[in-house]
Design a protein around this ligand. Structure first.
Ligand SMILES: NC(=O)c1ccc[n+]([C@@H]2O[C@H](COP(=O)([O-])OP(=O)(O)OC[C@H]3O[C@@H](n4cnc5c(N)ncnc54)[C@H](OP(=O)(O)O)[C@@H]3O)[C@@H](O)[C@H]2O)c1
Length: 440
């Protein structure tokens, strides 16, 4: 028998019915009973929206919900308490979130790009309007890293955060590593399998990971960090040969997102780097993501899981909806923006050229006598000490590869030395320069 006083639901409007929207809907429908049991009240999808909503197939439990192609209908629906922005991008998504806040509706978003660029301003508006805002799904899909940084280890003082935050790049790198296949071939296969976009630039040039690192370092260090504060380099130049040399050196190569506190300020980078083979990050394979956080008091913690996909990301969205729904029901405590610790002012981004690292330099040359001496001479001119020279057997005298590793030295000195090498006529391409993260 139905209760005479059914507990009123918290009602949700979903805008964007692509990968994430579909995943979130299927969880809200398929796991409705358990979600209600955990909350003590139902979470009900009231309206769904996408441009082609008429042709979308909805999960069985949601067959009767309202459909619209105009997101304004969702914002203006008096029965919708929380709006999920699952469109992506910085145009309509921004307009929608601002309209929702102005209408006094809480917002859940998966939008890393928008939150990395505008998150601080959006949070301020949300707090002023007294609504709830949640963005767990915006970084590392299925890994609840926002909650970790905002709640789980918020009592610690973060010193460093390292991550593998782009599943597509990690899939490509680990395929090159395992099978010795060329970058272009692996990329084409990733596109065929749907792991990489037709335009893969955001993933392989590091921009997607950069937005995620901007958000995570803002949460970890409390600064307002712009994506442009982060030195960014992609993975296009890596070859199977680089993995062979890295292995010889006891390392592997990953697109490493790094945010480190130093006495001078914060060093922020997204770039391919050599990491020791025995470090836990080196075991992250395929499209998985991982984040390693080092705190002053709690030392090291590590978080691992699927960084994308309808269901892992959908879980993050639905869990955010549950958190927001609880806050709507119980009355929100005073909220503080995750970008608010700027009051501390302790961590300012500084140029990456100030960092000191060991380095991996891979050359390709027309072979002839005196090459190593010429390179060593330029390095010595910058007070850079050569650590080792490695040369694996090769048939090609016209395009002969070899590697020089450098002892710990500043990035600026290495860049200056490499710039001087550009004039050497025996080089067949500019040297590939990668930092060696030996301290991981
Ligand atoms: N994919 C992942 O695994 C993943 C992981 C973490 C975070 N995210 C983030 O989640 C968000 C969504 O990603 P996604 O992969 O789900 O994108 P998607 O598959 O491209 O889906 C986007 C959806 O938004 C709808 N849409 C676009 N413009 C619209 C408009 N003006 N009005 C109404 N609907 C509109 C599209 O409608 P039509 O289909 O009708 O055109 C589509 O249903 C992005 O911010 C992304 O960065 C994604």
């Amino acid at each position: 028998m139905l209760s005479e006083n059914p507990v009123r639901s918290v009602n949700v409007g979903i805008v964007g019915l692509g990968n994430v929207g579909t995943g979130a809907m299927s969880i809200l429908a398929g796991n409705a009973a358990q979600i209600e049991a955990k909350l003590g009240f139902p979470l009900r999808v009231r309206t769904v929206c996408s441009r082609s909503v008429a042709s979308k197939e909805l999960p069985a439990g949601l067959a009767g919900v309202k459909r619209t192609a105009d997101w304004r209908d969702v914002v203006n629906d008096p029965d919708v308490d929380v709006i999920c922005e699952l469109i992506g991008g910085t145009g309509v998504a921004h307009e929608l979130i601002e309209a929702a806040i102005a209408a006094g509706k809480s917002v859940v978003t998966a939008n890393k790009e928008l939150m990395a660029l505008q998150g601080a301003a959006i949070w301020e508006k949300a707090i002023a309007a007294g609504i709830n805002l949640a963005m767990e799904a915006s970084v590392a899909g299925g890994i609840p890293i926002h909650t970790v940084l905002r709640e789980g280890i918020s009592g610690d003082r973060i010193q460093a955060l390292y991550g593998i935050l782009n599943g597509t790049s990690n899939y490509i790198l680990t395929e090159i590593e395992k099978h010795g296949t060329a970058f272009e071939t692996v990329l084409a296969e990733a596109q065929r399998l749907g792991y990489a976009e037709a335009d893969p630039s955001a993933d392989i040039d590091g921009f997607d990971a950069r937005s995620k690192l901007a958000l995570l370092s803002a949460l970890a260090f409390g600064e307002q960090i712009a994506p442009t504060d982060i030195y960014t380099e992609g993975i296009r130049r890596l070859t199977p040969l680089d993995f062979q040399y890295a292995h010889k050196l006891g390392h592997t190569i990953r697109l490493l997102c790094a945010a480190r506190e130093t006495d001078e300020g914060l060093l922020l980078s997204v770039r391919p780097a050599l990491i020791p083979s025995e470090t836990i990050l080196a075991s992250v394979q395929g499209a998985y993501n991982a984040i390693w956080v080092r705190g002053e008091y709690g030392a090291d913690t590590f978080y691992y899981g699927r960084g994308a996909g309808p269901h892992p990301t959908g879980v993050a969205v639905v869990s955010d909806l549950m958190r927001v729904a609880r806050e709507i029901r119980s009355g929100s405590p005073e909220r503080v923006s995750p970008f608010a610790h700027e009051r501390l002012g302790a961590y300012k981004p500084i140029p990456i050229t100030l960092q000191r690292r060991a380095w991996y330099l891979r050359f390709r040359v027309h072979d002839r006598p005196g090459i190593i001496a010429a390179l060593a001479n330029i390095l010595a001119g910058k007070n850079v000490s050569l650590d080792a020279v490695l040369q694996l057997p090769s048939d090609s005298k016209d395009n002969l590869p070899f590697v020089i590793t450098l002892e710990t030295t500043s990035e600026q000195d290495v860049r200056d030395a490499v710039a001087r090498m550009a004039t050497l006529d025996f080089l067949t391409e500019p040297p590939l320069v990668l930092p060696m993260e030996t301290s991981l």
